[in-house]
Every structure is written in C-alpha cells, then in structure tokens.
Design a protein around this ligand. Structure first.
Ligand SMILES: Nc1nc2c(ncn2[C@@H]2O[C@H](COP(=O)(O)OP(=O)(O)OP(=O)(O)O)[C@@H](O)[C@H]2O)c(=O)[nH]1
Ligand SMILES: [Mg+2]
Length: 274
C-alpha cells in the first residue's frame, strides 16, 4: 500500500503481525480517488482478544471493498485448506493477485506461487511487483483504476489518510519497538500518546508504552534505561522525518496486566470495529 500511494503510512518491519489496525490511505488524482485499506494479515490461531480484533479488521474489508488485492510473495506458506480461500472465492468484486518481492526471488519460484493461487481462486489479473523497487507498481495502479466503479469523491483531495498524526506517531514508536526488541516483547507492547503539544518549531510528545507483564517493563527499559533511550532516539528520528519538524519525545512504560485479553483496554487502545 505504501508503494502504491508513495507514502510511509503503514509501518513495515520484517516481523509478522506488524499491522494491527485497518489503515486507510487515500490517493487522489485529477479524475480519480482511490481509498486503499491496509489490513492486518489473518492470524491463523488467534490466541488473544487482540488477534480476534485483528482478524475482524481483515474480514471487514470483504464487506466494503470494490476491488480485493491479495498481496503475497514466493515465500508464502498458504495451503489449500486455508480459510481465506473460500472467502476469496465467494467474493463477487474483482480480485487481483499481487506477488511481491520480485527483486528477491527467481522467476520459477514466483510461477509456483502463481500456479498454486490460480488453482484455488479465479483472480481477474495477476501482477508481479517489487514494492521495494517499484517494479510493476504503475501497471498495478492503472489496473486498479480501471476496475473501480464510478462514484463520488469521499475525501478532500489533500487528505492522505483517515488517521491523525497522533496515530502515526504511536505507530512509529511501535515500529521501532518491533525493530529493537526481540521475541515476545514487541507483541506485548501497545503505544498510546498521552500528551501532544504542538509548538511553532517543536512538538512535545509524551507516549506511554503499555506492556502485559512486569517483567516486560524491565526489558523495555533495559539496564540503566539504555534500551528505552535507544528506542527514544530512533523513534524521535522517524517522527521528525514524518512531521517535518523537531520533536521532544518522552517515553514511559506502564504495566497493563494482560491487556491483549482485556476488552476494556482493547477498546481504549482503539481496537474496536471502526
Ligand atoms: N526485497 C523486498 N522486500 C520487501 C518488499 N516489500 C516488502 N518487503 C519486506 O517484507 C517485510 C514485510 O513487509 P510488511 O509490509 O511489514 O508486510 P505485511 O504483509 O504488511 O505484514 P504484516 O503487517 O506483519 O501483516 C519487510 O521486511 C519489508 O521490508 C519488496 O518488494 N522487496
Ligand atoms: Mg502490514
């Protein structure tokens, strides 16, 4: 989605389950407007309330999309029994298969994934792309445009997303948590913006990182605060690049016992069906 709209809206990391929310990004041109909806990948064995919410976000796109785009790559491990397949087959809107990471994978490997998927689902078109190098991306965009129904413009032309800066700031901190911490830590963290003071040349932002257990708090902070200091510096750099201005970033860590299974916490963190 980021490659299609040429903006860094969804955070991207090498870890699975990076995307937790449904994020809209809006591409407007002279005579068109496309609203892309990036969703979490379906979690196979939802262990937490959080996972069930993520799956609900994914599935909601089946109700309102005008074009469904399945983005995969040659490393995908989908099997014929996957519950996603009957859902895609039933869908009446045009369906595109996008095989990404063309820059990384030999052609025969890509062909194998294409063969596998086309046996399962009648796609209207297949695109091989590299989001990294932008190969095949203009063609994909043209095809999406040609498949969309005519309709009114839903958003002002200069609007890029349905989310505010606060959301992206929290996501950038979470993105750095995914990069800097290992094992279960990133998955136990949720970031909330506690205070956001906009200044002429400098924004003051206070964020709280919620963890699910006390032991995780110690890991996030690190010995003598070294880990959280590193996180603060990296996140601040990302936020400054995104906002285009200087930022003073304060980070705090709090324990919210088992928040991933606590309905009230999940709602407070914005995991409701939006
Ligand atoms: N080489 C290469 N790597 C890519 C390309 N596109 C994405 N990646 C990498 O693939 C990894 C996963 O990318 P994401 O955008 O987080 O994937 P996702 O499908 O949204 O994953 P979740 O949000 O976790 O469900 C990251 O490490 C990206 O840098 C590409 O075209 N080429
Ligand atoms: Mg994602």
């Amino acid at each position: 989605m980021n490659a299609l709209v040429d903006e860094k809206l969804s955070i991207i990391t090498s870890k699975p389950q990076t995307t937790r929310h449904r994020i809209l990004s809006i591409l407007s041109g002279e005579d068109f407007q496309i609203v892309f909806s990036d969703t979490p990948g379906l979690v196979d064995d939802p262990n937490y309330g959080l996972h069930r919410m993520m799956n609900a976000f994914s599935l909601s796109s089946f109700d309102d999309a005008d074009v469904m785009i399945l983005v995969t790559d040659a490393y995908d491990s989908f099997q014929a029994e996957d519950p996603l397949i009957p859902l895609l087959r039933k869908l009446e809107v045009p369906k595109l298969l996008v095989v990404n990471k063309l820059d990384l994978v030999p052609q025969e490997k890509i062909q194998q994934v294409v063969n596998k998927w086309t046996e399962w689902v009648p796609f209207d078109a297949i695109h091989q792309i590299s989001a990294l190098e932008k190969t095949g991306v203009p063609e994909l965009l043209e095809n999406i445009k040609s498949l969309l129904p005519e309709g009114p413009v839903y958003y002002p032309k200069d609007q890029l997303s349905d989310r505010h800066d606060r959301f992206f700031v929290a996501e950038m901190i979470r993105g750095q948590i995914l990069q800097l911490y290992s094992k279960e830590i990133p998955y136990a963290c949720e970031v909330q913006i506690d205070a956001y003071e906009e200044g002429q040349d400098l924004d003051r932002i206070r964020a709280i990182i919620y963890v699910a257990r006390r032991t995780q708090k110690a890991i996030v902070i690190g010995k003598d605060g070294t880990a959280i200091k590193k996180l603060g510096i990296a996140a601040r750099q990302d936020i400054e690049a995104f906002l285009g201005k200087q930022v003073y970033l304060e980070l705090y860590v709090k324990v919210r016992e088992d928040w991933r299974d606590d309905e009230k916490s999940l709602r407070g963190f914005g995991y409701d069906n939006n």
